[in-house]
Design a protein around this ligand. Structure first.
Ligand code: SF4
Length: 211
């Protein structure tokens, strides 16, 4: 299944998360024509901002999921929740989230400096059977100078060695529900399907996921 992005809001996302990849430039509304694609709402904004507009726009699509950093998961479809918009402190804990039933997965932003936080946060979420996707920070305005990142295409990107090591360390404690971001479209399709299966009762708890 194809994945397309939809951002009905205009201009940069006002959440101003540190090192936001999308806010390097301003963007206009992006509302693809409905087809059989899976629609990713607000990857590059936040589904809780101008929420009435987001919900009205999402109604056009058959398969849709939402993205937010805010602790409001009241959406008519599954939600990807990024728990640590500030990556230097612990992220949102599952005990503080009322609706966990419609979580597709949580994203945790990871870099060489916050591994100790990420490990504990991942354990707390997989303990509630919520899949976790680790997303290494991509630095475009604060170059790193260590061997864990490499400079390419104007940004400092995490090396594969870093990603492999982080995944191994976090999985060792938090289990196989933790994945590293990889082919993100394929991961979104997989977890959307898992959420649908759980909703319809054809799969009680997902324990493996993508390899
Ligand atoms: S919510 Fe998403 S798009 Fe908005 S600033 Fe944060 S990371 Fe960027």
């Amino acid at each position: 299944m194809k994945v397309v992005s939809c951002i009905p809001q205009t201009g940069p996302c006002p959440m101003k998360c540190r090192y936001c990849w999308y806010n390097r430039y301003s963007h206009g509304p992006e509302t693809p024509e409905p087809d059989s694609s899976l629609v990713r709402m607000n990857s590059g904004h936040d589904s809780n901002l101008e929420k009435d507009l987001v919900l009205k726009t999402a109604k056009r699509y058959r398969r849709v999921f939402f993205n937010t950093m805010k602790n409001d998961l009241d959406f008519p479809g599954p939600v990807v929740l990024t728990i640590n918009n500030v990556e230097t402190v612990h992220g949102l804990h599952p005990s503080g989230v009322q609706r966990k039933d419609n979580l597709m997965f949580v994203r945790i932003r990871v870099n060489p400096d916050n591994m100790h936080l990420v490990l504990l946060d991942a354990i707390s979420w997989t303990g509630h059977h919520v899949p976790v996707i680790l997303t290494p920070t991509v630095y475009f305005d604060r170059p790193r100078q260590d061997e864990l990142y490499q400079y390419a295409l104007g940004t400092w990107r995490p090396t594969n060695a870093f990603k492999t090591r982080v995944l191994r360390e976090v999985q060792a404690s938090a289990g196989p529900l933790v994945k590293m971001i990889d082919d993100y479209d394929a991961q979104c399709v997989f977890y959307y399907g898992a959420w649908e299966a759980k909703k319809t009762g054809s799969c009680a708890v997902m324990t493996e996921g993508l390899q």
